[in-house]
Design a protein around this ligand. Structure first.
Ligand SMILES: *Cc1c(COP(=O)(O)O)cnc(C)c1O
Length: 390
């Protein structure tokens, strides 16, 4: 299929068909799950010249190719790599592009394990890590130094959902010669095509919506032409390749991402709008709500909203937060998100250094799943009623 044919196709057609041609493998509609270390060569000359498509299990298989190619088409990228976790999808590009003495700018609303990797491993390796206010926009140019090699973004921000002005940040970063990475897990490539907005490396915790069933860990990294070669080289050096069954199941999840995400979007938005009027809720942090500070940027750049947002309870502390959680019967208490099931967690924001905000009460993150909205609303109502009694 030529590029121009691909471009005319709608996103749901691409979700259903991208990445793999069934006639490449006897017509089976799904790709084979190739368990592989060794790949044989037909003769010594082919082996010496490495003149065949597959060389060794760590360097790719028909299974990884199918997922990577599908993501490449969805992201409009030069290439995609799949790694064993979303966190590895963060760490591999950071390791690929940073060296001792380099300066790295990281959004202060970053996923906590990303911060931990920067503060511990990257710092130990001599990378100077600096956190910036997620709302900084073009003002990031003031933070750029001659040794600034990368700007790490995540929008909306983890737990507090600040929207970043990605095009403005990308312009400023590129003007100063730095590469732009984005943790784009919340929107998926369906709701934000990061590379079209100036991002060089788009990162997904495929564990979340892409795999979508709370049973797979996976990450994808898609890069534009400028970043691809160096990223790919680092991936090969790190030996950070995923298991074939997880890759297969991630592609299986991707095929139905469109319909699942639409229901996450609708359910979450309906619940967020209802929560805005509820006693005991001081604030709803959801970028698709008009009341949200980042709404204009979200509307300008994103084509949808997913199922993860937070509410701020009206006053109180840990006891109120725990009363809310303990009263929930359908919504589970657990980490991660993006699966079919609803989840809630009391989030801690003590790690923030450049964007400390005083919220009126505990911040509760809600992952709205695929259940019936009425049942979820009744469940959250139980939680709010219990919190009100504290
Ligand atoms: C969960 C998450 C990750 C990491 O994904 P894992 O597969 O759990 O390692 C990365 N970024 C964000 C924003 C996440 O929420």
């Amino acid at each position: 299929m030529s590029d121009s044919t691909q471009h005319k196709r709608g996103v749901h057609t691409r979700l259903a068909h991208s990445g793999y041609d069934p006639h490449d493998f006897h017509g089976f509609v799904n790709p084979p799950v190739v368990h592989a270390s060794t790949v044989l060569f037909p003769d010594a000359h082919t082996m010496a010249t490495r003149n065949q498509k597959y060389l060794y299990g760590t360097r790719g298989t028909p299974t990884t190719d199918a997922l990577n190619q599908a993501m490449t088409e969805l992201e409009g990228a030069a290439g995609t790599l799949t790694v064993p976790t979303g966190l590895a999808a963060v760490t591999v590009p950071l390791l690929a592009f940073l060296s001792s003495g380099d300066h790295l700018l990281v959004t202060d609303a970053v996923y906590f394990p990303t911060r931990s990797f920067c503060d511990n491993m990257l710092s130990r390796m001599g990378v100077k890590v600096e956190y910036y206010d997620p709302l900084i926009g073009a003002g990031i140019s003031r933070l750029m130094k001659p040794n600034t090699k990368a700007v790490f973004t995540e929008s909306p921000g983890s737990n507090t959902f600040e929207m970043q002005d990605i095009p403005a940040i990308a312009n400023a970063a590129h003007a100063a010669g730095a590469i732009v990475m984005m943790d784009n897990s919340w929107a998926t490539p369906l709701y934000f095509r990061a590379l079209d907005f100036g991002v060089d490396v788009s990162i997904h915790a495929a564990t979340k919506y892409i795999a979508g069933h709370s049973d797979i860990l996976a990450g994808t990294i898609s890069a534009n032409e400028a970043a691809w070669e160096r990223l790919h080289e680092a991936y090969l050096q790190l030996g950070c390749c995923p298991g074939p069954d997880d890759v297969y199941n991630t592609l299986r999840g991707l095929r139905t991402l469109g319909v699942r995400l639409e229901q996450h979007r609708r359910n979450a938005l309906e619940i967020a709008q209802w929560l805005e009027g509820q006693p005991g809720v001081a604030q709803v942090l959801h970028p698709a709500l008009e009341s949200s500070a980042g709404h204009d940027i979200w509307k300008r750049d994103f084509s949808g909203s997913s199922g993860l947002f937070s509410i701020v309870l009206a006053g109180g502390g840990k006891e109120k937060a725990h009363a809310f959680l303990d009263a929930l019967e359908i919504v589970g208490m657990g980490y991660s998100w993006g699966g079919y099931d609803s989840l809630a967690v009391h989030v801690h924001l003590d790690d923030r250094v450049a964007s400390r905000t005083d919220y009126a009460g505990p911040v509760m993150r809600l992952q709205i799943g695929l259940e019936d909205v009425d049942d979820l609303r009744a469940d959250i109502e139980r939680g709010l009623a219990a919190a009100a009694r504290i």
